[in-house]
Design a protein around this ligand. Sequence first.
Ligand code: AMP
Length: 189
Amino acid sequence: MKLILLGPPGAGKGTQAKILEDKFGCVQLSTGDMLRAAAAAGTDVGKQAETIMARGDLVPDEIVVGIISDRVDEPDCAKGFILDGFPRNVAQAEALDNMLGEKDLSLDAVVELAVDDAILVSRIEKRAAETEGGPRADDNVDALRKRLEVYHAQTAPLIGYYGEKGVLKTVDGMADIDEVSGEIAAALS
Ligand code: AMP
């Protein structure tokens, strides 16, 4: 199973990706997690990404496209993967199309988790309060406002992009976790 999980910050992409990993035996590929790991390890890419991420902007396309391209080649991705947080704009989606074409792979579906902005703010506040080791640098009001702005301006157009390709499935991301995962399973069957 090769999927994209699309949705605003706090929509539950990470939570649902983990459930899908267990269900389908495929791996979650979260560009946010990979960039945070690179920042924590102090790599050049990590250092470059850290300040951009803290203010809620997108890191350059070539960085994330390169990371995903390398990651998809690893053996554990052979069973399939769930892209969580990638692509984030149309240029990344086009780069992904080219990359998958070159690797002779194709997507099974793009699942959109639809959630109202008002709910996202309270979800992110909850996540910030519950994160072990302290909140993420970008889980604060200013960065969240920016991340939502970036989502609507740059990422939401992917709903139309994948809708036109006929691969988009939209699920109500405001229901509870089990209901959402049930809806995703139904949409994929
Ligand atoms: P996330 O964990 O998906 O919420 O991502 C956290 C932050 O990492 C984002 O606000 C961006 O700064 C950066 N990031 C993650 N994925 C991407 C991507 N595909 N393109 C650009 N920046 C990204």
